[in-house]
Ligand binder design. Structure first.
Ligand code: ADP
Ligand code: ASP
Ligand code: MG
Length: 815
């Protein structure tokens, strides 16, 4: 004997039912077969809507009823040859009339009991099973229909009744042993109580019907045919790269389904596991796929976690108070209060201080539960021994499930570490002593992110995904996008990293696409599909999208953009900036951002603030972290000024050399920031801050070489006035040349003092042979007292800056 169950989507319409018929035909060649079916997909919900509308005295229920009737009639017409339709058509009509009669009654009385609801929804399974039987009879000539309500007997808890197994098992055995048929068809979900009232086994309960039959008859196998190719490592609607679990133990399947894996109705496992009946999850739409086998032993597959699931709509009740400590009986009274009101407890935690007990329940019961507990503890609340119960709503549970977790330490560490790094706040934690399940209560708004983060971590699926939002797609930004596009394949293959550019923004337009912007045509997309730019909205969208591993890259030089970092870091979103404004603004803001990174496990990386992609800041950080102390830093940090003084020899005017630097992309958007030495001041200040110094801009001495007049007015005025001061620049050059030196704009930090200014560099100095736009930094430290640690190389240019930002983005994901 084998039992096959086909779910709502498998029998949704004639086309799908034909697939079911093909599977059944194939199966019955082997052995005696029982087929259990759900209602046509969506019908149960539709019938419930009819009941609700009718009870609200809303005539719209009639239209819904017509829709239900039409779907069944249409299915018959599409499925069964014309000559054999009449008897089933009239049966469908009769049954639909019965539903209508009941609904009319509900409408007139404006009353809807759970019992009546069960009666109405049961028609869904009765209709579907009758229609499919008619089809099987038409094509196979043999199929025995049996009403499950005559076999499965339950108590009278309408909506989700409990089965009386003694009576039910006997009924089933008696009936099937008395029949010689080879193929049976039964409606799932429906049952009846001892008084003959129609009951149901709970939403999704057709799986359970099939399991009850299989267990009572010691079936060889139970097959649950649905619309996915097996039980997956997570809900495929939440995670895109789920894997099929080929084998899973009864216990694991039970835990996963109890914690939200809808593919199987939780009570289903119990009857089959007691009898050890192998249970397959198979796909009606891809019958050749292997599917999942649920059996006693879970296979060792090298992974300690079998699956991840979640349940939404959880409320957390916390009972707290100093009067609870050390006094027995509080929890008994708490759980009794809940049990009396039939409130099911999903999760329990209690700290060893016994100062509080926390229980997770279905949110629909939250108000009843609060009242029940407050009443039970009214005396203790009044005398201040316990506080009034606290109810938190909009919560969810995410659970990791696996039989082998117990032999693998560190799983909860990994779980909570990953959630923490992604800014998911965990409200309560529970781990059963079986160590088969670790559950965390989190906000419903974080569920998708949490499940994806955990899935990436534990299943090392194909890749880890970074969701990147870029502000600024000008010179550097567009290079960055190009580099990401070019490297995407490499990162995926070698680092298992997928960079999903989810948002782009420039000063005119912004575009957000969670699925990833096509980098091959981002310019057109931004131009044509982009919204008018709005920084505030861009940042709020990034926050509200709440995607995992989110990184915000600031590739602007904009002051306002820099003020948004705290809002992002507070949400656990990492910030990568080549924009220097934040790190060189007030020390308080810089410090605040640093603090937020620790508090919210986000990264704030800005390697390109100094020397483009040269590893200056990371080296300084490494020195500091490993216990070294910085005494002195000496540096040429302006690619622009270096370019200018390397190219200026009096033959062309100073102004034209500056212009050339700007045209070649080596200057800040406003070149005066470079020429004034202000940009170098910012850089040395950032280095000093990273070295532990509490510096503001006023603390840096600027020995500027620019005549004050040149710095007034617009950028055009600036170029013009530099032409007028050509003699001044020429003199600076000649003096240095006469001394056999070169001019370099040098930044120094030494024992708490920092200064910038033009210096004569003689040929033996490390700085003498510094060409083009190169930067150089000398670190004198405890470990490098005389011979400094030197970092030298190209320190400006859109390509290198973009690559530095790119490296920071990757770094942010891999820490
Ligand atoms: P049926 O109508 O066949 O009973 P259900 O809708 O009850 O089917 O269950 C199948 C659905 O369960 C799938 O389409 C899938 O979206 C959902 N699901 C949730 N979690 C999981 C999981 N871990 N593995 C597979 N499917 C899951
Ligand atoms: N038709 C019922 C429901 O939708 C039972 C089932 O499909 O398993 O809940
Ligand atoms: Mg189901």
């Amino acid at each position: 004997m084998q039992v096959l169950k086909f779910g709502g989507s498998s029998v949704k319409n004639a086309e799908n039912i034909n697939k079911v018929i093909a599977i059944v035909k194939d199966k019955i060649r082997i052995q005696k077969t029982i087929v259990v079916v759900s209602a046509l997909g969506g019908i149960t919900d539709l019938l419930l809507q009819c009941c609700k509308l009718a009870s609200e005295n809303n005539e719209a229920y009639k239209e819904k009823l017509l829709e239900a009737e039409h779907r069944h009639l249409q299915t018959v017409k599409d499925l069964i040859p014309l000559t054999q339709q009449s008897s089933i058509l009239s049966l469908v009509k009769t049954l639909c009339n019965e539903i209508e009669d009941i609904c009319n009654g509900i409408f007139l009385l404006r009353e809807l009991s759970e019992r009546t609801k069960d009666r109405v929804v049961s028609y869904g399974e009765i209709l579907s099973s009758q229609i499919i039987t008619a089809k099987l009879k038409a094509s196979l000539s043999e199929c025995e229909w049996k009403d499950s309500r005559e076999l499965i007997i339950t108590n009278s808890s309408f909506g989700a009744a409990a089965v009386n197994f003694t009576v039910t098992n006997q009924n089933i055995k008696d009936y099937f042993s008395a029949s010689n048929a080879q193929l049976f068809m039964l409606p799932g979900f429906v049952a009846s109580d001892a008084n003959g009232n129609n009951t149901t086994l709970g939403r999704g309960g057709s799986d359970y019907t099939a399991a009850i039959l299989a267990a009572a008859l010691d079936a060889k196998v139970l097959e649950i045919w649905t619309d996915v190719s097996g039980m997956m490592t997570a809900d495929p609607r939440l995670v895109s790269n789920v894997k099929i679990i080929p084998q899973i133990s009864y216990q694991e399947a039970m835990e996963l389904s109890h914690f939200g894996a809808k593919v199987i109705y939780p009570p289903t496992i119990q009857p089959v596991s007691t009898k050890g009946i192998p249970t397959w999850i198979k796909n009606t739409f891809a019958p050749e796929d292997e599917g999942t086998i649920i059996q006693k032993e879970s296979a060792l597959n090298g992974n300690s976690i079998r699956g991840i699931s979640s349940i939404n709509n959880i409320s957390l009740l916390s009972l707290e108070g100093s009067g609870m400590v050390g006094i027995p009986g509080f929890s008994k009274r708490l759980f009794e209060a809940l049990a009396v009101k039939q409130v099911n407890v999903i999760l329990i935690t209690q700290g060893s201080s016994e100062h509080s007990i926390c229980v997770g329940i279905d949110a629909v019961n939250a108000d009843i539960a609060k009242k029940a507990i407050d009443d039970t503890f009214a005396y203790e609340i009044e005398t201040g021994k316990v506080d009034p119960i606290i109810v938190e709503k909009e919560l969810a549970i995410v659970a990791l499930v696996g039989d082998n977790m117990k032999s693998h330490p560190g799983i909860s560490g990994k779980m909570f570490g990953n959630l923490g790094r992604n800014g998911v706040n965990v409200r309560a934690i529970a781990q059963g002593s079986s160590e088969r399940n670790i559950s965390a209560v989190i906000s419903v708004h974080d569920v998708k992110k949490a499940i994806n983060v955990l899935h990436e971590e534990f299943f090392e699926t194909v890749y880890k995904e970074i969701n990147l939002f870029i502000a600024g797609v000008g010179n550097v930004g567009s290079k960055l996008v190009a580099q990401i596009q070019q490297q995407q394949e490499y990162l995926l293959q070698h680092l298992k990293l997928k960079i999903n550019v989810a948002g782009l923004k420039n000063s005119r337009k912004m575009l957000v696409n969670e699925q990833g912007i096509d980098l091959g045509k981002w310019k057109e997309l931004l131009l044509n599909d982009g919204q008018p730019t709005d920084l505030g909205e861009f940042i709020s969208t990034i926050q509200s999208k709440n995607l995992r591993n989110t990184v915000f890259a600031d590739v602007t030089a904009n002051d306002i953009v820099a003020t948004t970092y705290d809002r992002l870091l507070e949400k656990g979103i990492s910030v990568v900036a080549c924009n220097k404004v934040a790190c060189s603004s007030s020390y308080d803001y810089y410090k605040k951002l640093k603090k937020l990174t620790g508090e919210f496990n986000a990264q704030f990386l800005f390697e390109t603030n100094v020397g483009a992609s040269l590893p200056i800041i990371s080296t300084l950080n490494d020195l500091m972290r490993s216990g070294d102390k910085i005494h002195k830093m000496q540096a040429v940090l302006s690619g622009t000024l270096n370019f200018v003084f390397n190219n200026y020899d009096g033959k062309k005017t100073f102004a034209s050399v500056v212009k050339q630097a700007q045209e070649e992309g080596y200057t800040e958007p406003d070149p005066r920031l470079d020429l004034s030495g202000k940009d170098v001041m910012r850089k040395i200040m950032i280095l000093a801050r990273e070295a532990g110094e509490h510096f503001e801009m006023e603390d840096i001495i600027n020995n500027s070489f620019m005549p004050a007049e040149c710095m007034q007015g617009s950028v055009a005025d600036f170029y013009q006035s530099m032409e007028q001061y050509e003699e001044h620049f020429r003199k600076l050059y000649d003096q240095a040349a006469a001394a056999g030196s070169k001019l370099k704009f040098v930044a120094t930090y030494e024992d708490g003092e920092a200064a910038v200014g033009l210096q004569h560099i003689d040929p033996v100095h490390d700085f003498y042979h510094l060409y083009g736009k190169d930067n150089i930094v000398l670190f004198y430290t405890d470990r490098y007292p005389n011979q400094p640690l030197v970092i030298k190389g190209a320190g400006a240019g859109a390509d290198v800056t973009a690559s530095g930002v790119f490296a920071d983005i990757i770094r942010s994901a891999r820490v």
